[in-house]
Design a protein around this ligand. Sequence first.
Ligand SMILES: [Zn+2]
Length: 451
Amino acid sequence: MNRLLLLLTFAALLADAQPAMLDDAVRLKDAALDGMTAFPMLEELLAGGHRFSGSEGYERAVIWAEKAMSKAGADSVWLQPVTVPRWVRGARERSVMTLSGKRHPLAVRALGGSVGTGPAGVTGRVIEVRSLEEAAALGPRAKGAVIFYNRAFDRTKVNTFEAYGGAVDQRGRGAIEAAKVGAAAVLVRSMTNAADDVPHTGAMRYHDSVPKIPAAAIGAASAERLSRALRSGTEVSVTLTMDCRTLPDVESHSVIGEIRGTERPDEVVLLGAHLDSWDLGTGAHDDGSGVVQCIDVLSLYRRLGMRPKRTVRVVLFANEENGLRGARAYAAFAERSPQRHIAAIETDAGGFAPRGFTTDADSVRFRRLMEAMPLLDVVNAGSLRPGSGGADVDQIRTPGIVHIGLRPEDQRYFDHHHADTDTLGAVHPRELQLGSAALAILAWYIAESDL
Ligand SMILES: [Zn+2]
């Protein structure tokens, strides 16, 4: 009889917990959409220009973020030292295609980390390939040539991040494979679904065993023009001029702020975004949106007087784009820390309307997270699928941690990714705000539960 009573009490408690949680979710949604505080923060952050690692703009953003977190009501805010790489683009890049004696300009921007060409530029005949394997198979034919990687996104992929994943090896390893066969430079078709001529930069790598050759992103329309010229059968040459170079590393910081848990302060629910951006545009979607959403979550809890049982910590990582050094420094800190990281939620997929989350949680905790999805339905973000958390939070590998990634609508994300067009006007205030609400609801659920 006693056991039955206990069971009944437990069932009643459970039934009580969900409506209370649903109530909290609705309050968070209402406060988010009524307050609309994320977009004005984004406007302030972006006013400082881009936030590329090692730049003055990044250091301005550190000062801004420290203040913004205090203003949002964080119990404590601190800076975590990180040594970051410093690469500078220099004067605007130029590229000219020569076809039957006529010169045609092409839209290019250096890939991040590329060496420059020297003032005279690099000239070579162009060979188009669709893959790293095709480049490797060129053999001696490639000597002195400009290898042009032109495999576009697979348009049949509904998830644009999958299309990106299927093409980005050309940007990451293209220069290495081309250098192995003696090429002089590489042009890489921009990682985008858009058909415009805006080049999209991004990280690329070299290998010490082969020469470092200049690498540039070429706009999609320019890539089509170049490909058409090559199909005409005439010899096509390109001159690429870039002034970029790598300077010594710079001392910098990630910015961390938190609301301390009332009952389990040593258990951390982490919200992460990256404070740095590329040096084109102002990183509005990537990842200014994520930064202000995380800060907004703290401010929502404060405004509603909601004190989480577990500590909710916001980490604004330094140097995601060209090094992940902020995330690695935090991961090392987490290893040494006596605190336990329960979950790390990343928002780095754009400030578009939230649709759901991905997670690497085991089956037991996946089911627990599924129980939170009716709460997320309040902001149309109630989908949970297996997947990763994100580039930064996945670096934290303390025992038992669950990585979670916010997944917004993604059809337009790669139109702006790492490009001049990733600016304030590309972000919609309500979509951005719904993302804050989704993060606030999920972090609250985890902070209050025994996940
Ligand atoms: Zn990003």
